[in-house]
Each structure stands twice: as C-alpha cells, then as structure tokens.
Design a binder for this molecule. Structure first.
Ligand code: EPZ
Length: 419
C-alpha cells in the first residue's frame, strides 16, 4: 500500500510547471480511436488512469509509443472487444469508450464504470443520448451492450450538463451521419480541449461557449498532433498547499480562466493573486487566512467540485467559520472524518460542511478514500504540526503525476512509501 509521510508547518514557496490535465487526457485518448491513423499527444500526464487507458487502447488494437510526456497512437486496426471487467470497474472514464468505439466500430460491450466513491454516478444521461443517435442499448448482467448500424446526427438537449455524457456524445457525433446539435452541454475547459482535439483530427466542431455545440460527422479524419491543456485541478491543489502554509506559488503555465472561481476564493481568504493575460498565476498567502464565507460547488464556470476537499483542508486552519455546499456529488465529504483526526472542527450532513477554522492542526495517521480527498489530506498534513501519514496513497497517484517531487520543489518535507 502506498502512503505519503509529511512533516508539516513548513512554508511552501516557489514555482511549479503543471502537467497535462487528467480529465482532458482521458477523453482525448479515447477519442484517438475515432481516427484510423496516427495521433501524437504532447503533455500527456503519466498517471495511473492514463496508464490504464493506454492499456485499454492497446487491447482494442492500437499501437502505442511513449516518449517522455508524448504519446503516439496508431489506431489503424481497431476491433470490437469486451474489455476485462477489472479494468473498467476501476475507472470512471472507461465509460468514454462507449462513444469512441461506437463511433469507430458501431458496437461495444462494457461493464459499468467504477472510479472514486463520491456518489452513485449513474450513466443514464449517456445512454439516453446515445439511443437518440440510433444506438441500441441493452443493460444486462452488469454490462452495457451497445450497437448501431449507423449513428445519426440529431438535436440533443442534456437534462444536466454532465461532463462524461457530453464527451461520449461528442465522440459518437464525430462519426455520425449529419450534424449533431448538443444543448445544455458541459462547459468545463476539458470539454473545450476535447473539441480542440476533434477539430485537429478533421471533425468540424463549433461551440458557442454557453453550452451549445455543433458537430458535423461527415468529414474524413486525418493524422494530428495535439497538446493537452495543463491540469487546472492540480494547479488549484498546489495553490491550496501554498495557501495552507502561508506561502506563495507561481504557476507559469497555469491558466487563470480555468480556475477563476477558485482564485476568487483565495482572494476572499486574504491571498493576493496575480493573473497572466492567458497563462500564469501567482498567489501569495497571508500568515493567517480569513474564512471564505459560503462556497457552492457547481458546473463550470462555478466552483469545481474537484476542488471541494482541498479548499476544505485549507479552511480547517483559516479564521472563523466557512460553509461548503456540495451540489454535484451526494457523497463527497468523507474526508471530513479524517480531517477531524487532525484536530479539524468540521460538521457535515453530507450535503454541506461547516468548517470552524482552528489555530492548529496536528499530524495523524489518516486514510484517503478518493483521489481529491487524498490530496486534501496531504494539504492538511503540510499545514499540521508534526508528522502525518496518508494511507491509500494510490488514490492520489491516479491524478497527480509526481505530487511528492512537486511539493518538495517548493519546500515540503514529504515522501512516499510502498508497503
Ligand atoms: C467528471 O466526472 C470528472 N471525471 C470528475 O472528476 C468531475 O468531478 C466531474 O466530471 C464533474 O466535474 C473525469 O472527467 C474522468 P458528471 P463525470 O457526468 O463525467 C450525475 C476527479 O476527481 N450524472 O458531470 O462522471 C452524476 O451522478 C473526478 O478528477 C447522472 O445522474 O461527472 C453526478 O452527480 C471525480 N447521470 C453529476 O451528474 C449521468 O448519466 C455530475 O456527473 C451522468 C452523470
């Protein structure tokens, strides 16, 4: 089992380069299946979920070459296949192979996806939209069987701006007959990155930036080279680490527009934030942070649910009382019970948390139960007196390429052990 060991109460300051975004890389890797040729992806993060996805691509017939953070995918020979259950049930983003394989082969059989236990995470929105595009969907024996002789472009209005459903529809629509108009689509920057990739391989995609996307499936695809966006949640996580320790951090390739809702909370807590015109974030924290008032998670451009646990860890040592309302997932406050072991004063009813900031947190042995909760416990350990051991560190390695190395670069005393 992987654990992170942290000696806290060291001010973190410095400069970090942010690796490619997990939640952009995963749909883009799946979308590479759509083109029967070669795709070159730069700034592809070397994280567990990407390694699992590359394994699935090879299983489907892709030939993969990796050179540092560049991945070269030859998808000339793709065949319909049933992916091993344990591969699919371990990762939410495996659901994205529905749209990609339907777009390329017209059929796929997939187990229900797994991923972080932060809620029930159904896939009904994905399946209803695919059925509207002419896909026959049969759910039986814990598997989703999909087939379609010919995907047809149509108008689809999502009942909720689901990120994954938007991505699946974009991929199926990329190879459908005619134009698909998607309304109430997710607006996360990772969606824009997937649209950028589809354009790069020759699929005409146009977005109005307010949740309406047009995709024309009639074009031939072509070889492409594409660079994945920097990870905005990793950026936000490292800014939290600097803020929680009264430090400062420069992110030269951080994109302010991707994190504006989070940067505003840092300013509410008393941090000074400088934004580059397109890229570059510099944040400096005061010795003691102020409370943040009320924070509501919401689809982009609202406060991202993937930053909820991390900001809670920061507020655990800020002054006065803050309230965090979780509107996206129904079970994303598990980390509260671990933070309490470190002296945090947090009350939760699983839909919201009341955080009473303390002068001190104390190192303890704690356990991660999901990716962002694990990152939050590392942040709390960095701000706490004494030593903290974060168990189940493998969760963190699913989304952070080298969190130990990065945090050490800015002054943290952290290491990780395998045992
Ligand atoms: C993506 O998950 C991200 N994962 C999540 O990041 C992120 O928290 C989430 O979007 C929201 O931004 C990846 O991109 C791999 P949703 P996804 O479909 O696509 C409900 C991380 O830490 N819903 O937007 O699963 C669902 O239950 C991970 O990097 C349905 O009801 O998110 C949830 O309550 C965690 N039916 C809400 O919508 C559906 O068919 C948001 O889900 C689909 C979703």
């Amino acid at each position: 089992m992987t654990s992170f060991i942290i000696c806290g109460e060291r001010k973190l300051s410095g400069r970090l380069w942010i690796h490619g975004a997990k939640n952009a890389a995963l749909p883009i890797l799946a979308a590479a299946i759509l083109h029967p040729g070669t795709t070159v992806l730069h700034q592809c993060p070397d994280i567990l979920d990407v390694r699992s996805t590359l394994k699935m691509l090879e299983f489907a017939g892709c030939v993969i070459h990796k050179e540092a953070d560049t991945v070269i995918i030859d998808a000339a020979d793709i065949h319909p296949c049933g992916f091993p259950t344990d591969w699919v049930s371990g990762m939410r983003s495996s659901i994205l192979f529905l749209g990609a394989m339907l777009g390329r082969c017209g059929e796929i059989c997939l187990d229900y996806p797994g991923g972080c236990s932060i809620g029930s995470r159904p896939v009904d929105i994905h399946l209803k939209a695919l059925e509207k595009m002419g896909v026959t969907v049969v759910e039986s024996d814990g598997k989703i069987h999909c087939c379609s002789s010919r995907l047809k472009g149509c108008r689809i209005r999502l009942p909720y701006p689901s990120v994954g459903a938007t991505e699946n529809i974009l991929m199926a629509a990329a190879r459908a007959e005619g134009v698909t108009v998607l309304e109430n689509a997710a607006r996360e920057p990772e969606i824009d990155d997937l649209c950028g990739f589809l354009c790069a391989i020759g699929v005409p995609v146009c977005s109005d930036g307010r949740g309406r996307i047009w995709i024309d499936g009639n074009s031939r695809t072509k070889d492409a080279v594409y660079t994945i966006m920097p990870d905005r949640i990793v950026s936000g996580t490292y800014l939290c680490a600097a803020a929680a320790t009264g430090g400062s951090l420069e992110l030269p390739n951080g994109i302010p527009a991707h994190l504006e809702a989070v940067l505003e909370i840092f300013e509410r807590m008393g941090c000074s934030v400088e934004r580059g015109r397109r890229q570059g974030i510099y944040m400096k924290a005061p010795a003691r942070l102020k409370a943040a008032g009320h924070i509501h998670t919401a689809p982009f451009p609202g406060f991202p649910t993937d930053m909820q646990s991390q900001i809670m860890a920061v507020l655990a040592k800020a002054g006065d009382v803050s309230r965090i309302y979780e509107h996206i997932f129904e079970d994303r406050f598990k980390t509260v019970y671990e933070l309490r072991k470190m002296g945090a004063d947090i009350w939760t009813d699983s839909s919201m948390a009341v955080v009473r900031g303390k002068e001190k947190l104390y190192g303890a042995r704690v356990r991660a139960s999901d990716l962002r909760g694990g990152a939050a416990l590392i942040i709390a350990g960095l701000a706490a007196e004494g030593e903290t051991v974060v168990e189940n560190g493998l969760f963190v390695e699913r989304g952070y390429q080298n969190i130990c190395g990065d945090l050490k670069k800015i002054g943290a005393c952290i290491c990780h052990t395998e045992n």
